[in-house]
Write a protein that binds this ligand. Structure first.
Ligand SMILES: *Cc1c(COP(=O)(O)O)cnc(C)c1O
Length: 366
């Protein structure tokens, strides 16, 4: 028998979360963001659940080719545009729409030989200061693009830095609208947090990623359940060893957890080499939640490469072979939010799902 760890991708939950996006942005078309191999889920594994979107948005050309191989004939957007000239040939061949965020990308387009003019998304930097043209250079970039025979339709794009926090999006929206007021073309501004929290900014296209995967963008202010989202990835394993601890006994490397009462612990076939974060350790004052046969408990001791430990003291029915849910949905339907696990490890749900390791077998369910 293989190691009992495995991940499950929930197609029904992907479909459900896409419906939630449609409800939150009823007038916008939806790019399902599937970069980073669909946030660690696997593009091929999420395709069925997300094929109801209006387009797929991603970064890598090989991922775009995979979406085309799945039979998708609708729009695909390269969120960072191209990196070199030959990427543009693939854009022509695979009919990819691409972002143009800097003058160098316009230079490349100007030298690109194509029979098929491209649909481009001109990106403005409205305050994130990552990619995009500064407001004062948007107009000249638009004029340059508009003069190129290689360019068909020009749409306009920006990206929010604080859609999930107290600063909000008002300043960025105002700057974007003022700068682009008299330019024609479709607009796209919102990521997940933008479309859930600032519906008025949804414009022509929204670009949700994380909400499609059932994670809350503003946890703990709102939980995924409060947003009506369902987890799309479950990481589960089993108890492969049980230890009884006397007072004073410690658990794992570095003895970072010491029993202050007689305890029973279960050793789970899951470690950081599976993508479970090492920061989700359990000390005497603070552990990371986990479910054993659907019942909540917490990690104890350090996470090692292949194993971690959970407290079984209050769970008399648990034993060798018991099912452990590290995040996601247990067999009885109990949900352990990836956001909660991530937060105890000092990170966010995005990082956990993206880091699911290659060695973990994955199945797709309903
Ligand atoms: C990743 C990304 C998104 C999706 O962001 P989420 O927070 O996952 O919704 C949207 N737009 C751009 C440009 C991105 O890079």
């Amino acid at each position: 028998m293989p190691r009992p760890i495995h991940a499950t991708i929930h197609t029904d939950a992907l479909r459900h979360n896409l419906t939630r996006v449609r409800e939150a942005a009823p007038d916008a078309r939806v790019w399902a963001v599937v970069k980073a191999n669909a946030y660690g889920h696997g593009i091929e594994r999420v395709f069925d659940g997300l094929r109801g979107a209006d387009g797929f948005a991603l970064l890598d050309l090989d991922e775009a080719a995979r979406v085309r191989q799945l039979g998708w004939r609708g729009p695909i957007l390269l969120l960072e545009g191209v990196f070199e000239l030959r990427d543009l040939e693939l854009c022509s061949r695979l009919d990819l729409w691409h972002t143009v965020h800097c003058a160098e990308q316009i230079d490349l387009l100007a030298t690109h030989k194509t029979q098929v003019p491209h649909r481009v998304f001109l990106k403005m930097n409205s305050g994130m200061n990552r990619l995009g043209f500064a407001p004062h250079s948007v107009r000249s970039a638009w004029t340059r693009l508009n003069a190129l025979p290689q360019v068909d339709e020009i749409s306009l794009m920006t990206h929010f830095s604080d859609a999930d926090g107290p600063k909000g999006v008002a300043e960025q929206v105002a700057l974007f609208n003022a700068t682009t007021a008299d330019l024609p073309g479709e607009r796209t501004l919102s990521n997940s947090a933008g479309l859930l929290r600032h519906a008025a900014a949804s414009a022509d296209w929204v670009r949700p990623g994380i909400v499609l995967y059932g994670s809350s963008t503003d946890f703990p202010e709102h939980t995924a359940a409060q947003w009506g989202l369902l987890p799309t990835m479950t990481l589960a394993s089993r108890i492969v060893g049980v230890q009884n601890l006397a007072v004073g006994a410690s658990v794992g490397y570095g003895s970072s957890f010491v029993a202050d009462r007689p305890m029973r612990i279960g050793v789970v076939a899951c470690g950081y080499a599976d993508g479970y974060p090492r920061h989700c350790h359990g000390t005497n004052t603070h552990g990371t939640p986990a479910l054993v046969d659907g019942q909540r408990t917490r990690t104890v001791g350090r996470v090692s490469m292949d194993l971690l430990a959970v407290d079984l003291t209050g769970l008399p029915d648990s034993a060798h072979g018991s099912h452990v849910t590290l995040w996601g949905r247990s067999a009885d339907g109990t949900v352990l939010s990836i956001d909660e696990v991530a937060q105890t490890g000092g990170t966010v749900g995005y990082e956990l799902m993206c880091a699911l390791a290659q060695r973990v077998p994955v199945t797709v369910a309903g």
